[in-house]
Design a protein around this ligand. Structure first.
Ligand code: ZN
Ligand code: ZN
Length: 184
């Protein structure tokens, strides 16, 4: 007998759990599902993240299909970060379209796929957290930029090129010449 790891039961009242218990399984039945969920901890990468306390907006639709429930819609949230070239603060909004099938327990799909290929309903509840988390983090750029053609910083003085005149440069003056200049 193999021991199967059973995840703890979902809480139908949890903010990122959609309740499909009362939803008809007749294919084509839809249910709008919206939520505004404050984040309890930062979600993201080093250079860019959704800070704790910001609100994730979920505007989703659940649709009964023959093998499960299809979740479609958009997830959006404010992101804060730093430009990877000039270190200017970035404030933006991420908006991501999501589409994910949650297979009914005992359906052919559930029996012929692995759980990491197709998500599952659990007790007719849908755990939206992995979907929302992955969609948002995947949409974040590895190197965020304040704008696509950001010129970055002057390598010698570290000032953003945007704040410098076009002819900005650093003359490397030999100290001996500097002395000579003074004398002249
Ligand atoms: Zn920049
Ligand atoms: Zn410089």
């Amino acid at each position: 007998m193999t021991m199967q790891k059973t995840p703890p039961p979902l809480d139908p009242k949890a903010p990122l759990v959609a309740d499909a218990r009362t939803m008809s399984r007749a294919p084509g039945t839809t249910k709008e599902w919206s939520a505004d969920v404050p984040l309890t901890e930062n979600l993201g990468l080093d250079m860019i993240a959704i800070p704790a306390g910001e609100v994730l907006s979920l505007r989703l639709r659940l649709t009964s299909v023959s093998e499960g429930i299809l979740v479609t819609g958009t997830v959006s949230a404010p992101v804060r970060g730093e430009c990877g070239r000039c270190l200017t603060a970035i404030e933006d909004t991420l908006e991501v379209d999501v589409t994910e099938l949650y297979a009914f327990e005992g359906s052919t799909t559930a029996e012929t796929t692995d759980e990491d290929e197709v998500m599952r309903l659990r007790d007719d509840l849908i755990d939206l957290e992995p979907l929302v988390r992955d969609a948002l983090v995947f949409a974040m750029p590895n190197t965020p930029l304040c704008r696509p053609d950001c010129p970055g910083l002057c390598p010698d003085c570290g000032t953003p090129w945007d704040e410098l005149p076009d002819d900005h440069g650093h003359e490397i003056v030999d100290p001996r010449w500097a002395q000579l200049k003074k004398l002249l």
